[in-house]
Ligand binder design. Structure first.
Ligand SMILES: *Cc1c(COP(=O)(O)O)cnc(C)c1O
Length: 385
């Protein structure tokens, strides 16, 4: 009866439907599932951040509409954090924009720059809003395959000139979800040269910069020479401080790009709950030892899962960042069949790679968001398949 818009109709299908259905049915029938499918920290938000929210929420001033561009104190905290962490100096008034979670900004950003038929160059597999955002803005995603043979980096030379002429945005996301790969400085430099040559805006998603192991410290894209002429970077408190439910993230970088997103947002939302903004300030400026604890927990889980999978003869490498392990599956399966097998026969939930795009086929993603004992149990279950 209601005819959906062309945009809605052309959004990519939700490929986890079958597995979600099977997962719900399994839960309902009381089966003991080990859920490695969820990209959401299982640990609580650090105590001092919760206390700050509690305290801030007592003040009636926080109950009113927030200042829609983000509180100055939060903008300053973000700018201070970037200076300390990356040695990147951002003007809090013009080069920083708080967001209701970075997904919100990532999905809205293309509205500011895509016209009908323009392209966003998006990695595939990828975090779904890169594609969805392009389509909702009336544009089209052009898929840059992330192939294992190329270190899960896009091969920029393979993008046809005919596409580049109509492309406005290019997305990069390292440390990467879902492949958990990192990028070297040379890649960032290549992206800057490429983007300048073809007049592209670079959208860098840095959601996992703090979830790292073995001493690895990823750079911000904005550290590289020339990046600030052409780039906007999205960041989030979600993964760093176990705050996915709070909805607080931010965009920063080139002031024209940041102000364009602010203009879009001023037509759509009325800001982040002020008490959450103040808790965000506490997260960024308060004690940081929670970070080592958070990464320590994932690192231990990573080591258990990787060594367990290796003991089963699986060919996996330990990621240096993110809380995902991207695993190649046996050639005789596709990723949905293999995920279904793990669910049906071992009560283990994983994410089929194809859910992140067609070039994710042949892989599954396992999340390190369950305790060590459950990971050991998962290995046990797989070994007796
Ligand atoms: C989790 C995640 C985000 C952050 O999302 P929020 O909306 O800030 O919670 C952004 N990008 C990627 C790739 C992610 O996995």
């Amino acid at each position: 009866m209601f005819k959906l818009s062309k945009k809605i109709q052309s959004l990519p299908p939700y490929l986890f439907v079958e597995i979600d259905k099977a997962k719900r049915a399994a839960r309902a029938s009381g089966r003991d599932l080990i859920d490695l499918g969820i990209g959401d920290p299982d640990q609580p938000t650090p105590r001092h951040i919760i206390e700050k929210l509690y305290q801030a929420a007592q003040d009636p001033a926080t109950h009113r509409y927030a200042m829609d561009q983000g509180m100055p104190v939060l903008r300053r905290a973000i700018s201070g954090w970037y200076a300390k962490r990356f040695n990147v100096k951002l003007n809090p008034e013009t080069e920083v924009l708080p967001l209701i979670g970075s997904k919100e900004g990532i999905a809205h950003f293309p509205l500011a720059f895509l016209n009908q038929g323009d392209y966003s160059l998006v990695p595939d597999p990828c975090y779904p809003p890169y594609k969805g955002g392009a389509i909702l803005a009336g544009g089209k995603p052009y898929l840059m395959p992330l192939r294992e043979a190329n270190g899960f980096l896009p091969d920029l030379k393979k993008i046809p000139l005919s596409i580049l002429k109509k492309a406005k945005l290019i997305y990069i996301n390292y440390p990467n979800n879902p492949t958990s790969t990192i990028a070297e400085a040379g890649f960032y430099q290549e992206v800057i040269n490429f983007a300048k040559k073809h007049k592209l805006i670079v959208v860098s998603d840095l959601a996992y910069s703090e979830i790292t192991y073995d001493g690895y410290r990823p750079p911000s894209f904005l550290e590289f020479e020339g990046a600030r002429d052409i780039a906007i970077e999205f960041h989030s408190l979600s993964k760093t401080y176990n705050m996915t439910g709070w909805r607080v993230g931010f965009a920063c970088g080139n002031q024209n790009l940041v102000s364009a997103l602010a203009k879009i947002k001023s037509n759509i939302d009325s800001g982040i709950f002020s008490a959450v903004q103040l808790a965000g300030v506490e997260a960024l400026t308060g004690p940081q030892h929670c970070l080592q604890e958070i990464c320590g927990i994932y690192q231990q889980r990573r080591d258990v899962l990787i060594s367990g999978l290796k003991s089963l003869g699986w060919n996996v490498t330990a990621p240096k960042a993110t809380f995902y392990v991207w695993v190649r599956i046996p050639a005789k399966y596709d990723s949905i069949k293999f995920s279904t097998l793990l669910l049906d026969k071992a009560n283990i939930v994983v994410t089929p790679g194809v859910g992140f795009g067609r070039y994710g086929e042949g892989y599954i993603r396992m999340a390190l968001t369950v305790p060590v004992e459950r990971l050991k149990e998962a290995i046990q279950r797989i070994s007796s398949l």
